[in-house]
Ligand binder design. Structure first.
Ligand code: ADP
Ligand code: MG
Length: 732
C-alpha cells in the first residue's frame, strides 16, 4: 500500500493475510469471527479502554466482589497439588497493591502469563492467608510477552480492550496488534465528508477518528472519534434509504388524486351543496368531528395524493388516536376520482372488524354509477380472507376487476396473484410495523401489477406501536412520517392498577362484576404461554372454565383464541359486542386493533410476561368510549426489569413515552431486528444517544442524493448491500 489518501472502501480489498504475523491459522481464526479484510479489522472497535495512569485501588475491593483488575505479573510459579493436579500461582501488581491469582488444572497458564505480562483478570475476589486472591479468573492479556510481536512499547497510556474471541483463540492484545498494523499500513484515509460540512457538524476527519478510536493517547480523544464514526454509520444507512427512495420515485407513475384541503376543514352538520365531494359529504355527515391532529395528517396525506408521485407514508398514532378514520377519508378521496382502495390487516379478526366499521361509516354515502338504476349507489366494501367461501370469493374477484367493489378489506392474501383490480389507487396497511424496507418495495411492485391501470397506487402504512423518532428514522427511513399526537376529546385516561397481591386481585374481580352490572364489557387476557398456539388455546380454554366456575361465576364468559375457526371468532366478537357475552377470555389475538367501545375493563394475567409495547396495545382495547376504563395487571414481577415495565405502564398512558422506556429497557437489537441484517448494522451509533447525529446524517444524505453527487461514497456503500441491489441503486 503506498502513501496516498486512501478511500475506506479500498481497505475492504486487502485481505488480512497480507498483514505481518497473520498466517493461515490466524486468518482462519479471524474468519471465524467475521473478519476477512483490513476494513473489517478497522471496524472492530474496542469494547472499552483502560487508562493505565489511573490505578484501581485493590484495597477498595471487598472479598466477595466481582472485579476486573488490571496489573502486571510479578511472580509466576507452577506446582503440583497433593492429588497430582497442576496449580499455577501468580502475584499481580497493581500500583502498590498486590493480588494473588491461582489457577487449578490450567498448567498452560504458566506459559501464557510469564513475569512482565500485563493483563486483565476478571473474577471474584477471595482471600487467602490475609491476601486478596482470585481463583481461576478470566484473563485478557493486554501486553503479552510471548507472541512474535513482543512489543510492550506499542501501548500508550490508554489501552484499548477489544472484544476478544475465546472461541477463535484470539486475545485482545493480538487483535490490537493486527489493528495497529492495519492503521499504519492504511495511511491517511480520504474523507468523503467535505470540510465545510465537517466543521459545521463539529466532526473530526475520518483518519483522525479511525486512529483515535483505536489508539487514543488520552481517553478524552475517544468521544469525538466515536461521534464521527457513528455519524458515518448513520450516514451510510441514510444514503442507502435515500437512494432507494429516489429509485422508487424515478420509476413510479402514480395517480394524481383530487382532494381539497377545504373539504378536510368542514365540520359535522355543515350544509352541503349537491356537488359536494365524497370527502366533504363524509366529514360533514360523520357522527363526530375530526381532531386537529387528524386534520393535520390528512392535509399531509392529501398533498401526497395530489402529487403524481406515489405516496409512501407512515401514519403513526397511539392506540385509539383514530387512524382508521384518517385512512377511510383518504380512501374516499381516492374513490371520488373513481379508484379503488385495499386495506390489509394482520389478522382475520381485525380485517372483519374493519369491514364492519367501514360499512357502518359509509352507509349514508352515495356515488354516481350510470350502470345502476337511479344513477347512484352505495359504496361497496368487500371482505376477502382465507375463509371466504369459493362462490362469494368469485363474486368479489369479479367486483374488484370490474370496479363494482370500491374498498377491499382483507389479510396479507390481498395481493395474491388471482386479484386484478379495475384501478387500484391506494393501499393501506394496518398495524404492520414489522414490514421491512424490502417487503414494502415488493408490495409496491405487486400492487402495480395487480392493477389494470399499471399505475403505482399510493401507500399508507399505519402503526399503533409508536417507536422513538430515532428508531423510526432507521426502520422507516424510506417513508415520510405523519404523526397523530392528539386523542379524540372526552377520552378519560385509562386507570391502570398493578394488582400484585391477593387482596388487590379480589378488588379487580369485584370491579369486573361492577362494570358488567353497568352493562359494560370486560376482556381477560390469558397468560402468555410458551409453545404452539395450540398450547396457548388449551390454556385459554382452561382459564375460561376456571373463571366461569370461580371468580366470575354467574357471568356470561366467552372465549377467543387463535385456533378457533374464523366463523367462530366472528360469532364470538358479535356476541361480545351485543353483550350476550359479558366477559371475553382471550389470548393475545385481541392485541391489535380490536374495537368494542363498550369494553371498560381489561384484566391481564401474569402481566410481567408481556413486553411493554404489547401491554400498551392490550390496554388500548379499553378506553375507546367516553366511560372511565380500567386496566388490571395481575401478578407479582419476578425481576427488577419486569417490575420497571409494569411500573412504567401504571405511570403513563402515552405510547410514545413508553416506547422510549422500552428502547432503554430492551436495547436496540430487538427494535432493529426487523431490518435486514447485514454489514449495515449500527455498531457504534446508538439510537438512544445519537439523535442529533442521525438527524444531520439524514439531512446530508438526502441533500447528496438530491444533488446526484455521492462524493465518493458509492464504493463504500457497495460494501453494505448485495450485488443485485447495488446494481439497482447505482445504475446511472
Ligand atoms: P386506532 O388509531 O387505534 O386504530 P381507531 O381508528 O380504532 O384507533 O379509533 C379508536 C376509536 O376512536 C374508534 O371507536 C373511533 O370511532 C373513535 N374515533 C376516531 N376518531 C375520533 C374523533 N375524531 N372523535 C371521537 N372519536 C373518534
Ligand atoms: Mg386501528
Amino acid at each position: 500500500m503506498e502513501e496516498t489518501l486512501r478511500p475506506l472502501a479500498a481497505l475492504a480489498e486487502v485481505s488480512v493475510d497480507r498483514l505481518r504475523n497473520i498466517g493461515v491459522k490466524r486468518t482462519a481464526a479471524l474468519a471465524e469471527i467475521g473478519i476477512g479484510t483490513v476494513f473489517d479489522l478497522l471496524t472492530w472497535y474496542p469494547r472499552r479502554y483502560i487508562d493505565r495512569t489511573k490505578q484501581v485501588d485493590l484495597s477498595d475491593l471487598n472479598v466477595g466482589d466481582e472485579a476486573a483488575v488490571f496489573g502486571e505479573v510479578t511472580k509466576c510459579r507452577s506446582a503440583r497439588m497433593k492429588n497430582g493436579k497442576p496449580m499455577v500461582t501468580l502475584e499481580v501488581k497493581d500500583g502498590s497493591h498486590t493480588l494473588g491469582v491461582v489457577f487449578f488444572n490450567q498448567a498452560w497458564r504458566e506459559h501464557q502469563l510469564p513475569v512482565g505480562t500485563q493483563a486483565l483478570f476478571f473474577g471474584k475476589v477471595g482471600a487467602f492467608r490475609d491476601q486478596r486472591q482470585m481463583t481461576n479468573p478470566v484473563v485478557d492479556v493486554i501486553v503479552g510477552l510471548l507472541s512474535e510481536d513482543r512489543d510492550p512499547g506499542r501501548v500508550g497510556r490508554v489501552v484499548p480492550i477489544y472484544p476478544a474471541s475465546g472461541k477463535a483463540g484470539l486475545t485482545s492484545w493480538e487483535m490490537g496488534g493486527f489493528i495497529d498494523e492495519s492503521l499504519r499500513r492504511a495511511g491517511e484515509l480520504s474523507d468523503p465528508l467535505v470540510e465545510t460540512r465537517r466543521t459545521a457538524l463539529g466532526l473530526v476527519d475520518r483518519s483522525r477518528a479511525m486512529h483515535d478510536i483505536h489508539l487514543p493517547s488520552e481517553l478524552s480523544e475517544v468521544a469525538p472519534a466515536r461521534r464521527r464514526l457513528a455519524f458515518d454509520e448513520f450516514w451510510r444507512l441514510q444514503l442507502l434509504l435515500a437512494l432507494r427512495r429516489k429509485r422508487i420515485e424515478e420509476s413510479a407513475t402514480g395517480i394524481s388524486h383530487q382532494i381539497l384541503d377545504e373539504d378536510l376543514a368542514v365540520s359535522p352538520g355543515v350544509e352541503l351543496s349537491p356537488a359536494a365531494t365524497l370527502v366533504r359529504q363524509f366529514i360533514a355527515q360523520h357522527r363526530f368531528a375530526l381532531t386537529g391532529a387528524q386534520r393535520r395528517v390528512l392535509r399531509e396525506i392529501a398533498e401526497d395524493l395530489r402529487s403524481s408521485l406515489p405516496m409512501h407514508r407512515l401514519l403513526q398514532g397511539d392506540v385509539g388516536s383514530g387512524k382508521t378514520l384518517v385512512a377511510l377519508t383518504a380512501m374516499l378521496a381516492v374513490r371520488g376520482g373513481g379508484h379503488q382502495s385495499a386495506l390489509m390487516a394482520p389478522t382475520e379478526v381485525l380485517a372483519e372488524q374493519h369491514a364492519v366499521s367501514l360499512r357502518r361509516d359509509v352507509q349514508e354515502l352515495r356515488i354516481g354509477d350510470s350502470t345502476v338504476l337511479g344513477g347512484s349507489r352505495e359504496i361497496r366494501v368487500a371482505l376477502l380472507t382465507g375463509s371466504t367461501k369459493a362462490k362469494e370469493r368469485q363474486a368479489i374477484l369479479e367486483g374488484i376487476a370490474t370496479g363494482s367493489v370500491d374498498i377491499l378489506v382483507g389479510t396479507h392474501s390481498l395481493l395474491s396473484d388471482e386479484l386484478k383490480f379495475f384501478s387500484l389507487g391506494l393501499v393501506v396497511i394496518d398495524e404492520q410495523h414489522r414490514f421491512g424496507v424490502e417487503q414494502r418495495a415488493k408490495l409496491r411492485e405487486n400492487a402495480k401489477t395487480h392493477s389494470n391501470t399499471h399505475l403505482d397506487p399510493d401507500l399508507l402504512v399505519m402503526t399503533a406501536t409508536p417507536i422513538p423518532r430515532t428508531a423510526a428514522m432507521v426502520v422507516f427511513g424510506d417513508l415520510d412520517i405523519s404523526t397523530i399526537d392528539e386523542m379524540p376529546v372526552g377520552r378519560l385516561p385509562i386507570e391502570t392498577i398493578w394488582a400484585e397481591g391477593p387482596a388487590q386481585v379480589q378488588d379487580c374481580w369485584q370491579r369486573v362484576r361492577d362494570e358488567v352490572a353497568r352493562n359494560r364489557r370486560v376482556y381477560v387476557v390469558c397468560p402468555l404461554v410458551e409453545g404452539s398456539s395450540k398450547v396457548e388455546a388449551t390454556s385459554a380454554t382452561d382459564e375460561r372454565t376456571r373463571l366461569a366456575m370461580g371468580e366470575l361465576r354467574g357471568l356470561s364468559v366467552g372465549l377467543l383464541h387463535g385456533q378457533m375457526k374464523p366463523e367462530e371468532k366472528e360469532l364470538v366478537m358479535q356476541q361480545f359486542r351485543s353483550g350476550e357475552i359479558q366477559v371475553l377470555v382471550a389470548t393475545t389475538v385481541i392485541e391489535v386493533g380490536v374495537d368494542v367501545s363498550e369494553a371498560t375493563v381489561i384484566v391481564i394475567e401474569d402481566a410481567w410476561r408481556f413486553g411493554l409495547a404489547q401491554l400498551h396495545q392490550l390496554r388500548g382495547r379499553v378506553g375507546r368510549g367516553v366511560d372511565q376504563s380500567y386496566c388490571f395487571l395481575l401478578g407479582a414481577a419476578p425481576s427488577e426489569e419486569s417490575a420497571t415495565r409494569l411500573t412504567a405502564l401504571v405511570g403513563s398512558n402515552d405510547g410514545f413515552s413508553l416506547a422510549e422506556t422500552d428502547l432503554a429497557l430492551r436495547g436496540e437489537g430487538t427494535l432493529l431486528g426487523a431490518r435486514q441484517r447485514g454489514r449495515s448494522d449500527l455498531i457504534l451509533a446508538s439510537l438512544q444517544d445519537d439523535l442529533d447525529l442521525l438527524e444531520s446524517a439524514r439531512q446530508v444524505a438526502y441533500e447528496m442524493v438530491e444533488s446526484g453527487d455521492l462524493a465518493g461514497m458509492e464504493e463504500e456503500l457497495r460494501l453494505f448491500v448485495e450485488e443485485d441491489e447495488a446494481a439497482y441503486l447505482f445504475r446511472s
